[in-house]
Design a protein around this ligand. Sequence first.
Ligand SMILES: [Mg+2]
Length: 228
Amino acid sequence: MQRNSGKTASWEIYSNLKARTPLVARADGRGFKKILECRKKPYDMDFARSMIDATVKIFEDSGLTPSLAFTFSDEISLIFLEAPFSGRVEKIDSVIAGLLSGALSMALGRVVSMDCRVVSVCRAEIVEYLVDRQDETWRNHVFSYGFYMLLKDGLTNTQAMDQLRNMREFEIHELVFRKGVNLAKTPAWERRGMLVYRTGGELVQNWDLPLFKSEEGQRLIDQLIVGN
Ligand SMILES: [Mg+2]
């Protein structure tokens, strides 16, 4: 590709920031609340499948080689042990946001966009990072069930938000349980998110994850990181 060597080249805002590895590229949906308005609540399996399809495309069609990808809600974290684009942050952010926006738009059949940021971690922090995102998956899960149950009871969005803000996690758990849903027994992908990774030359979608903070979870992550 030809570099712009004309006068306007000096007007380009380009920081040339570089990230060390390992690194996480985390993409997040823009304005997905509205996009998902007419979907099944609080969880829509078809949407989750589309997120996985978009993630799979990164492994299969992008030429990039993440070691693993974790996804929940409208968020995808790609873990790289070797930096794509020599660690150039602007390039990583823009290309991955572009790839995932395109792939997800195709999967959903409508135009959507995602942003992307780089999170720099050391090897020992990869599990910690994933534990943190999985904790967020759980909080999101409890809150979403509580929220949509209150809406079903006739509360407005604001009323439901206000009520939940003043509740402890176990209280939301209780509230949802009284309405017939045990939050400990919902599908694992809703509670713990999903992973995509390669093992033995096969691309795996794991919808039934252990807790990353459990021994089994740490073992799984270790295998995927060391195996790469
Ligand atoms: Mg999000």
